[in-house]
Design a protein around this ligand. Structure first.
Ligand code: ARG
Length: 258
């Protein structure tokens, strides 16, 4: 009897050691289970913002819901690293994060540094102005005080138009400047603009489809990380096909009071 117990204990101990080894192996890479760490800049409603009760910790929004689902469908847990928008691609190259989900537009310049997933959302730059503004097109910004957000595609657009501007770190800061009459127009992505106009009295959106091209949001991974990119693409493509992404968009855009 005693011998049997000893043998059983030995087998048990060995099994435990082996499972520990497996557990350690899992730590080696996000693509093999464990945590999938997404970098974002949670200053971009309805895609990512800080809420009292978000889908991933305090982080909520369309992107956060997508990130959570991608991780879970691959047997992983999603984690968020919130940082400045400008730091995201550096953090990705450093290996500090596994992927970037931040309403990030695919651009030629960014494609030189990272790989992008299948796009999941189409947007455009728009102008937020005071309700009584005479700005009706992008050309009308020529002699106006323009606010942009640092590192966003809106900044590049205004730069390419050759206008001078002031850059802020956060959309809310630029919008406050507009509300306070210290600038005439904020150039920012359409859905985020809608959210800010809903949150502040006396503002409106001016579109100019001939001046602002459409943009596509996608998830970025480190260049060459095809293993993770394949998983992300599978998940995104399924969510586009079955309507999950449009449902999420509708849900979070409605919540913003529009
Ligand atoms: N779509 C714009 C860009 O790619 C703005 C994205 C801002 N995203 C954010 N999470 N702050 O530059």
């Amino acid at each position: 009897m005693k011998k049997v117990t000893k043998a059983a204990a030995l087998v048990l101990a060995m099994a435990m050691m082996m499972s520990m080894l497996v557990a350690c192996g899992n730590d080696a890479g996000a693509a093999t289970g464990g945590t999938l760490t997404f970098g974002t800049n949670a200053e971009f409603p309805p895609f990512e913002f800080v809420a009292s009760n978000g889908v991933i910790d305090q982080y909520d929004g369309i992107d956060m819901a997508i990130a959570k689902q991608i991780a879970e469908e691959n047997g992983m847990t999603a984690a968020i690293e919130n940082m400045e928008f400008d730091s995201l691609l550096i953090a990705l190259s450093n290996g500090q994060i596994d992927a970037v989900i931040a309403g990030m537009t695919v651009t030629e310049e960014r494609l030189e540094a990272v790989d992008f997933s299948t796009p999941y959302y189409t947007a455009t730059q728009v102008m937020i102005v005071k309700e009584d503004s005479d700005i009706a097109s992008a050309a009308d910004m020529a002699d106006k005080k323009i606010c942009v957000i640092q590192g966003y595609t809106g900044e590049t657009c205004v730069q390419e138009m050759g206008y001078s501007y002031e850059a802020f770190k956060k959309g809310t800061e630029a919008v406050l400047e507009l509300v306070n009459g210290k600038c005439d127009v904020v150039v920012i992505d359409s859905a985020t603009a809608q959210k800010y106009v809903g949150d502040n009295e006396g503002l409106k959106i001016v579109e100019d489809a001939s001046a602002f091209e459409s943009e596509e949001y996608a998830i970025a991974v480190k260049k060459g990380n095809t293993e993770l990119l394949d998983k992300i693409n599978k998940a995104i493509e399924a969510k586009l096909a079955d309507g999950t992404i449009s449902e999420l968009s509708a849900k979070y855009i409605d919540e913003s009071g529009e």
